[in-house]
Write a protein that binds this ligand. Structure first.
Ligand SMILES: *Cc1c(COP(=O)(O)O)cnc(C)c1O
Length: 397
């Protein structure tokens, strides 16, 4: 589909170093569970300074294993955000847990931590009746509040100090979805390293890619050993190939992917610097366009790792029309994100309606994700920005 566009939505940044590392794996007979996954995992214990890194075959798989390791059972409540990629909520639904959505901070798009605290207090004080959607939902027996699952939206870390404070105060586990924030920092600490568990993802549009892949990081020895077993069909240390201590999955990451990811990690600083430069090219040009709101970074606490470049159109501009015109002009642009509580299967399961998370819905309605990657050139950025200006002009006619 991208071939119909003049500029791709995203592109991996690959060199001969990646190509020869993958080719070298194919000179061996060790294609899974070999040395490459360990080497890839080591790059993450080094980056996060945590004890354990566990490679898996997607970010979603990583998040799912964290839900299992956190002991989240059917009916348990988990606080999370409706402004995310669906995977962060889906992993709760896989375990029949119940997402409790908290609306977002309009500046960053991350979970609004003041609202979050109020939601926790309400849940503990008035229990089920704090969930006003409950009577409309198919949920029969809501359980106890167990965890918080914040998302580092677009590469900007969630406001983790208030989240960790609340978690400590109320005895909650924190699973940090850092799938968009590899290399970002929150008060000098690496994104993904602040909660009980952190997860990264390596689909080809992410900051680094392994083709498909994900990585869990944690300091918890027992959970790490459990998650290593679960990714490998539930085989605990000491289990033979056909012995399975737990109900597990095949979430293993193969050696070709691991080799690719390992080389990409060795280039991380360079890849992030290139992405930042592309974001600056966009900022320079689009700051002159009155109808466009630029991404906002809370520079006092966070160091961004640019995953996507998402603009918002000011109220009154028809986003869908701009998106369509950009397409006609050969420029792909995406709505990003579509609110999770308005996805058909989530609405059906929990009875959510339009208007329940107004900040999320407003931001979502006005957002457009623009073509973005580390290999994008300044002239490509220029082409996209000219197309935006043209689309805005046509929208007025
Ligand atoms: C990319 C992403 C994931 C994981 O995606 P996979 O395709 O499973 O690797 C999870 N959460 C968020 C917010 C993401 O952007």
């Amino acid at each position: 589909m991208t071939s119909t566009y003049r500029i791709p939505m995203s592109e991996p940044d690959l060199t001969d170093a990646e190509r020869s590392a993958v080719a070298a794996v194919l000179q061996t007979s060790s294609l899974s569970m070999g040395i490459e996954i360990s080497r890839f995992e080591e790059t993450f214990t080094r980056l996060t300074r945590l004890k354990h890194a566990i490679g898996v075959n997607s970010g979603t798989a990583g998040l799912h294993l964290c839900i299992r390791a956190a002991g989240i059972n059917p009916g348990d409540l988990v606080i999370t955000t409706p402004f995310s990629f669906v995977a962060s909520t889906n992993v709760l639904l896989y375990e029949k847990a119940i997402p409790v959505f908290v609306d977002i901070d309009p500046l960053t798009g991350n979970m609004d931590v003041k609202r979050m605290r109020q939601v926790i207090i309400d849940l503990l004080k008035v229990g089920k009746s704090a969930m006003n959607w409950l009577p409309r939902s198919g949920v029969k027996n809501p359980g106890t509040l167990k965890a918080i699952l914040p998302v580092d939206v677009f590469g900007q870390p969630a406001d983790m100090d208030p989240i960790m404070d609340a978690a400590k105060e109320y005895g909650l586990i924190v699973i940090e979805d850092s799938c968009e924030a590899l290399g970002a920092k929150y008060k000098e600490r690496p994104a993904g390293s602040l909660g009980n568990y952190g997860v990264f993802a390596f689909y080809p549009n992410k900051q680094i890619t392994s083709g498909e892949g994900g990585m869990i990081v944690t300091d918890d020895d027992q959970a790490a050993s459990f998650m290593r077993a679960l990714r490998n069909q539930g085989r605990a240390p000491g289990d033979s190939w056909l012995q399975h201590s737990y109900l597990g999955y095949n979430y293993r990451l193969d050696e070709m992917s691991s080799a690719l990811g390992r080389v990409q990690m060795s280039r991380l600083d360079d890849l992030l610097a290139k992405r930042e430069r592309v974001a600056e090219w966009y900022n320079q040009r689009l700051s002159l366009v009155a109808e466009v709101e630029l991404p906002k970074i809370i520079a006092t606490t966070t160091q961004m790792s640019w995953f996507v470049y998402v603009i918002r159109l000011i109220p009154g501009i028809n986003r869908d029309q701009i998106e369509t015109t950009l397409g006609v002009l050969g420029i792909p642009a995406r709505r990003y994100f579509n609110p999770i509580h308005l996805q058909p299967y989530v609405m059906e399961k929990f009875g959510y309606r339009q208007g329940e998370f107004p900040v999320t819905e407003d931001v979502s309605r006005r957002s457009l994700s623009l073509p973005f990657s580390s290999v994008m050139t300044e002239s490509q950025v220029e082409t996209v920005c000219e197309a935006i200006t043209e689309a805005l002009k046509r929208g007025k006619q």
